[in-house]
Design a binder for this molecule. Structure first.
Ligand code: NAD
Length: 264
């Protein structure tokens, strides 16, 4: 089996990575940073987000597992002191794969025929560089509302505990192939009206954002942030691709939610 290890880059995470490499090599696994069967991330959720984007070309064959060297993460749920146990699991036992849905984002520009396609593990956010975001929101081909406010967040179920949660969105179990649209400070008065509640769309229901003012847009995909000019539409839906997590022990999603937000 081929493996790769990625680190957040701090001293603790780096030395844990070295330890993991040493153990896995001793167990006869092959280090392959280009086409690994399993990617072990050491750091936090951000490290796993980075690894996901690095390995998005081989999602079908690669599984991820995360170790946290800071606080308990949603994707990084193994503790540093469990490394020996994890390494033995990886080398000796066939592991279960759990798949989580991803978000597909397609950005089309007025001045360019070729659309840009992105995959997000957590979410896509749409804001403007200056002033309010004004855009038509279409759902499944029908106009739903005109949004005016700070921006919109479209998240995956596993991303629902991240930015989406801070916006008052619901926490969704990742077995629900869906996306959630949540508002950032929408303007609601006699002139502008939005639904005001987060919306959850099932697979195959597309959400299309059509900016109405010609301003530069800041579109984020997880930790990545890009400025787009002349944006015609931003199309969001559940992606065909999925992320695969290697599971070695049960750690139910709701237990992670409880431990992260309610307390142990
Ligand atoms: P970061 O270092 O600012 O970390 C943000 C925090 O989000 C970390 O504590 C991380 O553990 C947590 N996090 C990441 N994914 C999560 C998930 N799926 N569920 C629960 N918590 C999660 O930034 P980063 O590490 O580069 O991560 C980027 C993410 O930060 C974005 O995808 C976005 O979700 C999140 N973010 C949140 C807010 C907010 O809550 N107001 C604002 C901006 C970005």
């Amino acid at each position: 089996m081929k493996y790769a290890v990625t680190s957040r880059g701090d001293e603790v995470s780096n030395s844990l990575c070295d330890k993991i490499k040493k153990y896995l090599n001793e167990f006869g696994l092959t280090y392959d940073k280009d086409q690994p069967d399993i990617v072990i991330t050491v750091g936090g959720d951000g490290t796993l987000l980075h690894a996901f984007h690095h390995y998005k070309h081989c999602l079908e064959t690669t599984a991820f597992v995360g170790i946290h060297t800071g606080h308990l993460g949603f994707y990084a749920d193994w503790k540093p002191e469990e490394v020996e146990k994890l390494v033995i699991h990886i080398s000796k036992t066939p592991y279960q794969i759990v798949e989580y849905p991803l978000l597909e984002v397609i950005v089309r520009h007025y001045d360019d025929e070729s659309p840009e396609r992105f995959l997000a593990l957590n979410e896509c956010t749409v804001k403007t560089l200056e002033g309010s975001l004004v855009c038509n929101v279409e759902i499944k081909g029908d106009t739903f509302e005109t949004f005016r406010g700070d921006g919109l967040c479209i998240s995956t179920p596993s991303g629902s505990t991240a930015y989406n949660k801070a916006l008052g969105g619901a926490i969704l179990h990742p077995s629900l192939a869906s996306i959630q649209i949540s508002e950032m400070a929408s303007i609601n008065n006699r002139v502008y009206r939005t639904v005001g509640s987060p919306l959850v769309l099932p697979q195959h229901h597309t959400c299309l954002l059509k900016p109405l003012n010609d301003v530069d847009m800041r579109i984020t995909i997880d930790h990545l942030s890009l400025v787009h000019k002349q944006v015609k539409t931003i199309q969001c839906r559940v992606a065909e691709e999925k992320i695969r997590f290697a599971r070695f022990r049960p750690f139910p999603f709701w237990k992670r939610v409880k431990e992260s937000f309610v307390g142990e």
